[in-house]
Design a binder for this molecule. Structure first.
Ligand code: ASP
Ligand code: MG
Length: 277
């Protein structure tokens, strides 16, 4: 049976109605015959709120050394809430499901708190749960250090969690659900001629990300490329089966038949060019 990882960002789980829609998208993939692991972000705005609390309680307020390990304890909590809510929602829809925190899998990370890197994801626990027919609902953004502390993976890190899980359980694909329906040739809010790409290579996606296109955390694309995990970027703001549900596939260049010379144009707002004559 094929395994699939579905990742939902903050806007896709921003309230209970959206979490129910996520539940319907997950149920559709289960009905299609996949074993599903779902990775969730915190509800939109939550992580910023948590970060602001750590500023108030921590170093910024008192002129003390920052406690990065305790920062991680606080900011990782947003994803715990979403994972529990989605697992409950799935159960209410009649699907067996349970939540998983980073330390329960475990997602083993280094101790660079606030920007930790994933060292290892032993797949046994997740695979056993998925083989038993349970949907695994995983809190993104968080891992556990070798000495048992919570560590977070940097802002936007749930994308990287999802790719690491997909590689660990040998998923056929990692679907990244977001509030746009794919990767565009340039920012569609600025250029009306922007077109959605049906496929883009990892290399081009990395270039676009480094130039400021914010669809995916750069590290998640690097990891997907290293582990050869195909990604798909698509909108969660649709019901199952509804167009435009196909999104953009990010994959190895070899799998793209008709190569384009230039795939996209990204921009950065905080740069200017001055020419002296
Ligand atoms: N919730 C975290 C953030 O806002 C991680 C993520 O959503 O990817 O940065
Ligand atoms: Mg994100």
């Amino acid at each position: 049976m094929s395994r699939l990882v579905m990742k939902f960002g903050g806007t896709s789980v921003a309230d209970l109605e959206r979490i129910r829609r996520v539940g319907r998208l997950v149920a559709a993939e289960v009905a299609a015959g996949h074993q599903v692991a779902v990775v969730v972000s915190a509800m939109s705005g939550k992580t910023n709120e948590l970060v602001a609390w750590t500023d108030g309680a921590g170093a910024a307020a008192q002129g003390l050394e920052p406690s990065d390990d305790e920062y991680d304890v606080v900011v990782a909590s947003g994803e715990q809430v979403t994972a529990g809510l989605l697992a409950m929602t799935l159960r209410n829809m009649g699907l067996p499901a349970r939540s998983w925190m980073g330390w329960q899998i475990p997602i083993v990370a280094d101790d660079a708190h606030g920007r930790a890197r994933i060292d290892d994801v032993p797949p046994e626990n997740l695979v056993a749960a998925m083989d038993s027919g349970q949907v695994a609902v995983i809190a993104g953004f968080q891992g556990v250090t070798r000495d048992g502390r919570i560590a977070t993976l940097g802002r936007g890190g749930s994308d990287t969690s999802a790719v690491a899980i997909a590689a660990a359980v040998s998923a056929i694909r990692c679907d990244i659900y977001t509030d746009v329906d794919g990767v565009y040739t340039t920012d569609p809010r600025i250029e009306s001629k922007a077109r959605k790409l049906s496929k883009i290579s990892y290399e081009e996606m990395l270039e676009m990300a480094s130039l400021g296109a914010k669809v995916l955390q750069t590290r998640s694309v690097e990891l997907a490329m290293a582990k050869n995990v195909p990604l798909r970027v698509l909108s969660s703001f649709v019901e199952p089966g509804e167009a435009p549900g196909q999104g953009t596939i990010v994959c190895d260049e070899e799998e793209i038949m008709e190569k384009r010379i230039v795939s996209g144009v990204a921009y950065s707002r905080d740069e200017a060019k001055i020419t002296l004559y």
